[in-house]
Design a protein around this ligand. Structure first.
Ligand code: P6P
Length: 337
């Protein structure tokens, strides 16, 4: 159980507001909106089995994936929480084909932030009671305040993120985020409904012993990935490593962040651009892992340097301990040269 530091997320957000010169408190209010929505979604996820709101909502999203009822509910809750705080001028979500323009009261379009979100990642695990997560990414708009938000406000490089984080709904619920000054983790005390600082200044080991990849697709992987998997499995030096794959990005990422390891979702013959979405899965996780001393690339290029072209574009994802990602990149490079 997390040792109560009695530093709540709310206090921490306010304290860290000073990290931003000319801070108007808008980012603090934005993060507080995410905190609130996280508590409500946590409550719904925890009672899903009882409230019979699991199972399929009968719709499919732009990804062609069956929308789980909780997906839809989580999406609605985060959009509502963010819209009501008048600090966000636009939202892009995995569950919505297009971005959403927020017209907040009299301050039509005056808010300066946009949020990109995967409201309930790993939702296929909901019905089998495996951890799922919310992943979010925050940018300053690049278009003029007072004008309608535009697609270019969302298609920014990951290196331009103001903040990013995830909530993991697991054996305990945690919110982990960065505003570019390190990574901090907060654990929810469900009896009080309060997030407490439980993992200050999180750093990931440079080298780990865990590799996370869906080896069911082995024959569809690029040769460099096949070679790296064999490298992980051979009896030599610090190997073999341990294979751990939950099938829920937030859960695999969180374990590897704490213990060290690498998560790989490469291109396959079936998914030539990979499966994970650049804007609201890979960019936020890449920001976090770099802030924690790790590394994230598409196997060749730094994730945060990729210039997005589409809202829901997919990208190969290699993320985790710096030495392990570098080693995997070496195998990828050798295989193509
Ligand atoms: P596969 C969940 O759908 C997700 O986006 C990630 O959370 C997870 O790591 C990955 O896809 C699982 O994909 O193809 O291995 O089932």
């Amino acid at each position: 159980m997390a040792q109560h530091t009695f530093r709540t997320l709310g206090e921490f957000i306010i304290e860290k507001q000073e990290d931003f010169r000319y801070s108007t408190g808008e980012l603090s209010r934005l993060l507080s909106a995410i905190k609130l929505a996280a508590k409500v979604v946590n409550s719904e996820v925890n009672k899903a089995g009882i409230a019979d709101i699991t199972g399929q909502a009968g719709n499919t999203n732009i990804q062609g994936e069956e929308q789980q009822k909780l997906d839809v509910l989580a999406n609605d809750l985060f959009i509502k929480a963010l819209s009501q705080r008048e600090v966000v001028c636009g939202i892009a979500s995995e569950e919505n084909d297009n971005f959403i323009e927020i017209e907040a009261g009299d301050n039509v379009h005056l808010s300066k932030y946009v949020v990109l979100i995967d409201p309930l990642d790993g939702s296929s695990n909901i019905d089998v009671n495996v951890s799922v997560g919310t992943i979010f990414s925050i940018y300053r708009r690049v278009t003029q305040p007072g004008t309608p938000v535009e697609l270019k406000d969302f298609l920014q490089k990951g290196s331009q993120q103001v903040a990013a984080g995830y909530i993991i709904y697991g054996s305990s619920t945690m919110l982990v985020y960065t505003t570019g000054n390190g990574v901090n983790g907060f654990t929810l005390d469900p009896t009080l409904g309060t997030f407490y600082l439980s993992h200050p200044d999180m750093k990931t080991p440079t080298q780990g012993k865990i590799y996370s990849i869906n080896e069911g697709y082995y024959f569809k992987f690029p040769q460099g990935v096949k070679n790296y998997i064999k490298h992980c499995q051979e009896e030599k030096d610090d190997r073999p490593y341990t294979s751990r794959y939950i099938g829920s990005l937030a859960a695999d990422f969180h374990r590897n962040l704490l213990k060290g390891g690498i998560y790989i979702y490469p291109t396959t013959s079936q998914s030539p651009n990979g499966k994970l979405r650049l804007l609201y899965e890979c960019n936020p996780m890449a920001f976090l892992i770099e802030q924690a001393g790790g590394k994230a690339s598409d196997g060749f290029k730094r994730i945060l340097d990729i210039t997005p072209t589409e809202l829901h574009q997919r990208v190969a994802f290699f993320c985790g301990s710096a030495a392990m990602v570098t080693k995997a990149e070496e195998f990828m490079s050798e295989a193509v040269h």
